[in-house]
Ligand binder design. Structure first.
Ligand SMILES: Cc1cc2nc3c(=O)[nH]c(=O)nc-3n(C[C@H](O)[C@H](O)[C@H](O)COP(=O)(O)OP(=O)(O)OC[C@H]3O[C@@H](n4cnc5c(N)ncnc54)[C@H](O)[C@@H]3O)c2cc1C
Length: 264
């Protein structure tokens, strides 16, 4: 299997870097191929702007349209093309970062804004039917995706009744809005809560669990987000008898036991 880890932490001596290093060692030892985008070390440009389509001089800049044209002509900036190529070559995509202000650090949010551009992940049409290839279909179809996230808050505070809101809801925009949108099969995240003050022993145990999760990724529990073209939606809205209530959970369908079974 070929893994691609997108890593966002500014400090090489951080807990996150320790976990990432252990994960890469475990993948190497198990004979897996892997690539990595260590965004801070790469100095990855986190802001979307006209430089992302260097040969497109349209004024005013309409980023969505300009990146769409540049994608069609293979003229996106080299750093975006390289990131898209790494995603397309991977079987498993892992986004690893500390939770910052209820979401991704800016550098990886910017990576998502720029790499998942129009034409690549947005506005990809079906050839034979009038529909978009998104929410279960798209460039990442057939690939597994997992978030690996550390939080300062304790698990109870990120539970259904916790004051910060459920972690599943905080991660929904990334899991559903980015990864499932682009077609990936999304598995339950690897989470370390209360990560701001861990002993060396605790960090070591968490690193071992992270490695196990990666090496056993086929057995991971899939989050069964509904497919846009699978019948649950009509014109982008859930059909009435699909599910009752409100909120993000409505977009999760019947459980699938593991990534293995989902891929069958
Ligand atoms: C801007 C900002 C916004 C934030 N917003 C949120 C938020 O919305 N929600 C939330 O829950 N939290 C939030 N946090 C907290 C943040 O999620 C945690 O600080 C982070 O997850 C900890 O991961 P780290 O890699 O930075 O840990 P580090 O700070 O590098 O380390 C954490 C602990 O692990 C210990 N440790 C043990 N073994 C090792 C080892 N081998 N290597 C390195 N360290 C080790 C360190 O000594 C330290 O005590 C925020 C933090 C920032 C800076």
């Amino acid at each position: 299997m070929r893994f691609h880890i997108v890593f966002a932490h500014p400090e090489a001596a951080s807990l996150n870097a320790f976990l990432r290093d252990r994960a890469l060692s475990a993948l190497r030892a198990a004979g897996h191929e892997f690539t990595q985008s260590d965004l801070y070390t790469m100095g990855f440009k986190a802001v979307a702007d006209g430089a992302d389509c260097p040969d497109d001089n349209a004024d005013p800049l309409i980023y969505h349209a300009a990146t769409r044209r540049a994608h069609a002509l293979d003229k996106l900036s080299a750093d975006i093309l390289a990131e898209q190529a790494k995603l397309l070559a991977a079987d498993v995509i892992v986004l690893q970062f500390p939770l910052w202000w209820f979401g991704m650090p800016a550098i990886i949010k910017g990576w998502a804004d720029r790499v998942f551009c129009s034409g690549f992940a947005i506005g990809v049409p079906h050839i034979h039917k009038r529909a978009w290839r998104r929410y279960g279909e798209g460039p990442l179809e057939g690939k597994l995706a997992m978030l690996a996230v550390t939080t300062g808050a304790k698990s109870a505070h990120l539970s259904d009744r916790g004051e910060h809101g459920p972690i599943a809801d905080l991660l929904f925009p990334i899991n559903h809005g980015l990864l499932h949108y682009a077609g990936a099969t999304v598995v339950e995240p690897f989470l370390i809560h209360g990560a701001s003050s861990l002993s060396g022993l605790e960090a070591d145990r968490f690193a071992a669990t992270y490695c196990e999760r990666l090496l056993d990724i086929d057995a991971a529990t899939v989050i069964p987000y509904r497919s846009e073209n699978g019948g649950a939606y009509r014109r982008g809205v859930l059909v009435e008898d699909t599910a009752a209530g409100s909120g993000f959970a409505l977009h999760i369908g019947e459980p699938v036991r593991s990534a293995d079974e989902e891929q069958l």
